[in-house]
Design a protein around this ligand. Sequence first.
Ligand code: NAD
Length: 333
Amino acid sequence: MFKKARFGVLGCGNISKIHIQGIMNTEEAELAAVCDTNKENLKEYVETYGVRAFNDYSEMLKQDDIDVICICTPSGLHPLQTIMAAEAKKHVICEKPLSFDVSDIDRMIESCKDNGVLLAAIFPWRMSPVMQYVKCFIDEGGLGKLSLCSAHIKPFRAQEYYDSASWRGTWAMDGGGVLMNQGIHTIDLLQWFAGPAASLYAKCDNVLRDIEVEDTAVTVLHFKNGAMGVIEASTTAYKTPDTLHLHGEKGTIVLTAGEITNLSLIDQEEVEIPAFEPFNVIPDGHRMQIRNMALAVLEGMPIEVTGEDGRHGLEIILGTYESERTKQEVQLT
Ligand SMILES: NC(=O)c1ccc[n+]([C@@H]2O[C@H](COP(=O)([O-])OP(=O)(O)OC[C@H]3O[C@@H](n4cnc5c(N)ncnc54)[C@H](O)[C@@H]3O)[C@@H](O)[C@H]2O)c1
């Protein structure tokens, strides 16, 4: 039998199901262990897969037959748990956000480098054939010089969602609201297409939800390439898909809920949009990132979404919070 990369999953709540499904559906991967401080959450995986279960993360890290740790715990735990994995010589796939602090991300990246292990940040939208097409189209100059690139982010979450786990909607463990938790995916795409960002000015507030962090935010961006843009985001907006509007001197691309709904070029009557492979961001994106890690461990394939990639969107989000706090324009590095 050919060799498989062996995965341990840390944190067995909602998103762990998608990681485990991704591992089970990847030929080159194997589920070696699961770990959660809450024993109840391990039961299902032990019963279904007969997998080893741990309550203590340090114990899981001592196992020699684990190559990769998938970190699926509340966001505030990601930096420490990534560094612990790296020091135990385990590769890491870490859920978003990697951290709430750019210097923490730098420490995570450094620790993985120093220990000779790989770090992947979960941004499943980057695996989408549509998004990869748009990225190539823009990078190859298809829209010419970019002028206005904006993200409209409307992932509705009722108060019950925030009340469903004590860490949700808190600064300490969620690190922020609609931008840090839900919006980070679309912000990552916006900056991947049009970034990096040079400066921003922003306002945010908790308008309708009873939480510490923002349910609504508006950020005005200036990108390093000269384009401008707006991020508007709210968990109070009901039944409205996320959109990205990308405009340049040669034309426009609009993405709605992950599909191209407008590709119009000024000097071309009709633009043919290719037929893309079907892609459901969850679970396909996670499965593809898990396979990418397995092939990186087994065959040295490059990691598609690295720790460094996880840093840029975070800078925009943290800059937004700083601008709200200081009422000033914020310069990004
Ligand atoms: N990529 C995506 O689309 C996506 C979607 C949802 C959540 N997430 C991210 O995944 C992470 C988890 O979110 P969730 O919705 O699954 O949360 P959750 O609350 O459902 O699950 C978290 C799990 O971690 C366990 N846990 C807490 N502290 C622990 C510790 N010290 N050691 C071991 N286990 C511990 C909890 O008992 C719980 O089972 C968050 O960072 C979130 O931002 C990403």
